[in-house]
Ligand binder design. Sequence first.
Ligand code: XMP
Length: 194
Amino acid sequence: MKDDIERVLFDEPAIRTGLRKLAAELIRIYRGRELTVVPILNGSCVFASDLIRLLPIPLTLEFLACESYGDGTVSSGEVKLKFFPEPVTLEGRNILLVDDILDTGRTLKTVSGIIREAGAADVRTCVFLDKVERRAVDLEADFRCFEVEDVFVVGYGLDYAGRYRNLPYIGSLRSEVYSDAHDHAGTDGDPERS
Ligand code: XMP
């Protein structure tokens, strides 16, 4: 698995430092307020579980899952919910929506809209990585750990074809692995996202 990584962009010490900084910001904002953290599966599982353990404030946890990419490697541009919390767990709550990476912004824009419609009192977004250059819709994360350049990254929850989520760091894939994805992706060129 390690052999497929071209470059480590954020190693474990950098991730720990980034998380502590982000947690301090969240504690400042949410101290004294009831919080519901909603990680978007599968990619944010590692980030969310590390982050909540740095938040010594009362919170509840609800998960949702969605897919923004169709059956292949080319974006459908459409975000589909795979499962969603019971609305009663969101109504009147301060929601912190957590995702692994903010890319075009379609996922967070769609999901935050749905959560607002479900009756949440406040909805904010928190991402581990922010690929600013790729934004296609008008959405900025309220909180983020790191800005990242426009390369396909894996590790720390992020996958390529379901693999690499368990790497403890963020790395870019070697071109040999990535070029398969280009072959399959036609003009889009992005590996499958989930
Ligand atoms: P949007 O475009 O809706 O996409 O902001 C967010 C989702 O796309 C996936 N994504 C990636 N996954 N490496 C990955 O493993 C990447 O470089 C990457 N860029 C986007 C991710 O699942 C995210 O939730």
